[in-house]
Design a protein around this ligand. Structure first.
Ligand SMILES: Nc1ncnc2c1ncn2[C@@H]1O[C@H](COP(=O)(O)OP(=O)(O)O)[C@@H](O)[C@H]1O
Ligand SMILES: [Mg+2]
Length: 237
């Protein structure tokens, strides 16, 4: 399978502090890869490097082309949608406006309307809240909106950062079931950061484990599931 996103020996800094040293990840076209690791391991920083929100060094290629030096809007225009940690919805815009903002780089009103309908079919909870300000939504609805906004950009790759964070277990499951359906129906490739490895493993084909800015382990989901160190650290024994 062709590699869509290729990250090799990625390094990143906040000021003088180096927080990524040797991160290596390949996301196949149409594939879904999990990125696991303890708090502070560098998962968010890895996604922010890809989306152009921080400067990084090393190899960073999307569809064979270098991503270094691009602004976040230029990365988005290449086909990468980032669903950030903390959702990043626009609180004083309503749900429909937030979804529309996701499509701001696109032309073609009919296709945009079709994708909006798709978002509401995927997340029916949002249908009754189209006129509500994003800030008035529950955590689960905000997460759905953040993912919906990314769908509206019609990306080839989605970067998902801790979509389950702060959600009740049932809500987190609902959100992941929708992401799984999206994956099956759209073929969008995904790089999925998740603290809850059980949820991540329900979605991804393979995963990379980060420790203090280094990739330390990677493999197919089925293989990682059976490894003692993965079970004790990420799967609750
Ligand atoms: N804006 C920032 N300024 C300085 N240090 C940061 C900043 N954001 C994160 N860090 C540090 O970078 C490291 C990696 O953080 P992060 O990528 O957020 O980890 P994760 O998402 O895996 O929890 C941590 O040590 C964190 O404290
Ligand atoms: Mg994080």
């Amino acid at each position: 399978m062709t590699v869509l996103l290729e990250i090799k020996n990625l390094k990143a800094w906040y000021g003088p502090a180096q927080v990524l040293d040797d991160v290596n990840i390949e996301v196949p076209d149409g594939g879904a890869v999990g990125l696991l690791g303890a708090n502070g391991a560098g998962k968010t920083t890895t996604l922010r490097s890809v989306s152009g929100n921080i400067t990084s060094a090393g190899e960073l290629r999307f569809d064979g082309k270098d991503l270094h030096g691009l602004r976040p809007d230029q990365v988005a225009a290449r086909g990468i949608a980032h669903v950030p940690e903390g959702r990043g919805t626009l609180g004083d815009l309503d749900v429909r406006e937030n979804l529309r903002v996701g499509a701001y780089l696109r032309k073609g009103a009919a296709a945009i309307r079709e994708d909006l309908d798709y978002c509401l079919d995927l997340f029916p909870q949002l249908k009754d809240r189209l006129k509500s300000n994003a800030s008035a939504l529950s955590g689960g609805e905000q997460q759905m909106l953040a993912i919906g906004r990314a769908i509206m950009a019609k990306p080839r790759l989605m970067l998902l950062d801790e979509a389950s964070l702060g959600l009740a277990p049932g809500t987190a499951k609902t959100v992941y079931a929708a992401i799984k359906r999206l994956r099956q129906e759209s073929g969008i490739a995904m790089l999925v950061v998740e603290q809850n490895a059980n949820l991540a493993f329900s979605l991804v084909d393979s995963a990379v484990i980060l420790e203090t800015g280094h990739s330390v382990l990677e493999g197919p989901t089925e293989q990682l599931r059976t490894m003692d160190e993965v079970r004790s650290a990420y799967l609750g024994g």
